[in-house]
Write a protein that binds this ligand. Structure first.
Ligand SMILES: Cc1ncc(COP(=O)(O)O)c(C=O)c1O
Length: 377
């Protein structure tokens, strides 16, 4: 039988966050079992306002608007004015089904709009979906190095790559290292070169150094801010996000995405609007992450691993004492029963580092603390 599949065609690579089975087995061998700090999957309660909003079923009947219901868009506009002090019209905003689909799909849509360009610039150590979006669009993914404070170093971008760029991704606070970019500089850099700057701001509510930063604070021309409720409101399962910014780009995305059929389910739009209007649960969540980050820094210190607090986000970015990230991954699995991500998940520059997610219940954190204490006694 002949195959219709081109042998040179795209083969999906292994999913980058999967932990090697032998490491999981090491952690599972400890009494009490595995404590997974390798993923940023929320573990705290869904906010009460969302639980009540989900009890209202009528919004499940009609097809929901792809761009977002007027109520959801109004809640976004209100959030932008309250939290980042940016005033927008509802037409400058669109909804997305969580942000991963948008991140992975944007290069394809940008290339259709501008076939002359074929390059996606992204932070060299980053959420892997920026590069995957380029691959899925048949484009080049070109990493941009970070400086020693984990900020994107735009002076390192080759001007030939900039001339071919469909977009530049920035991520503040950054995953994995928690750095805060100068978003004004990024916006300026993009405008000077006609490169749209896509600013992934999904951790903005967990900014520890100074007030929350958004690229929209530097004007909307040529930029797009991308936001998610997954981390802010413990709603990764609801799939609600939004984008906002440059009116032409937002119009283009709203219209193409309607044709593609990206729709946040009606009940999720109602619940998402309720979550965005409530800030109290976010304050509680931010305090939890802060406390857990501090606790993890202390626990790692007990097993001889030095870690510093990030400027934002809920990850510790930790250098392996002997420079070997896999030996630190194994040490933490065997001594503490904890799974963490090897830094190389975020790009080749992550060699020698691991990411520890402070997404862990207080009970599990206590178990890790006891394990660490028993080693030091
Ligand atoms: C930097 C970054 N961007 C985007 C996402 C996607 O989040 P979601 O699709 O849940 O909105 C994640 C998820 O971990 C992330 O870390």
């Amino acid at each position: 039988m002949t195959s219709a599949v081109d042998p040179g065609g795209f083969v999906p690579p292994p999913y980058p966050f999967d932990v090697p089975p032998e490491v999981r087995e090491m952690a599972a061998a400890l009494p009490g079992g595995v404590i997974d700090l390798s993923r940023g999957v929320p573990c705290d309660p869904v906010p009460e306002v969302v639980v009540s909003a989900l009890a209202e079923p009528d919004s499940a009947r009609p097809y929901p608007p792809s761009v977002g219901t007027p109520d959801l868009l109004d809640a976004v506009v209100d959030w932008c004015s309250r939290r980042i002090e940016v005033s927008l019209d509802a037409e400058q905003v669109g909804a997305c089904v969580g942000t991963k689909e948008l991140v992975s799909g944007l290069p394809h849509l940008l290339r259709l709009r501008n076939p002359e360009r074929d390059t996606v610039l992204h932070p060299a150590m980053a959420y892997p979906t920026y590069a995957m979006g380029a691959v899925l669009a048949g484009c080049r993914a070109v990493p941009v190095p970070l400086d020693d404070e984990w900020r994107i170093d735009l002076s390192a971008v080759d001007e030939d790559d900039a001339a071919r760029a469909l977009c530049l991704w920035v991520n503040t606070p950054g995953n994995p290292a928690g750095g805060l970019d100068d978003l004004g500089e990024a916006a300026r850099w993009g405008r000077e070169r006609g490169v749209p700057v896509l600013s992934d701001e999904c951790y903005v509510e967990f900014t520890w150094s100074g007030p929350p930063r958004s690229i929209l604070q530097h004007g909307v021309e040529g930029v797009l801010a991308v936001h998610s409720l997954s981390k802010r409101s413990n709603l990764a399962g609801l799939r609600v996000g939004f984008y906002a910014g440059d009116p032409d780009l937002v119009w283009y995305l709203r219209e193409t995405r309607r044709h593609q059929g990206f729709l946040i389910p009606g009940p999720a739009q109602v619940a998402g609007a309720a979550a965005l209007r409530d800030q109290a649960h976010v304050q509680v969540q931010a305090a939890r992450y802060r406390r857990r980050l501090d606790a993890l820094v202390e626990i790692l210190g007990v097993v001889g691993v030095e870690a510093g607090m990030p400027e934002g986000g809920f990850y510790l970015w930790v250098e392996a004492p002997d420079g070997n990230h896999m030996s630190l991954v194994r040490q933490l699995a065997s001594e503490l029963g904890v799974l963490v991500s090897p830094g190389t998940v975020f790009g080749p520059d992550g060699v020698g580092w691991v990411r520890v997610a402070a997404v862990v219940s207080d009970d599990d954190l206590e178990v890790v603390r006891r394990r660490a204490d028993s080693l030091s006694n």
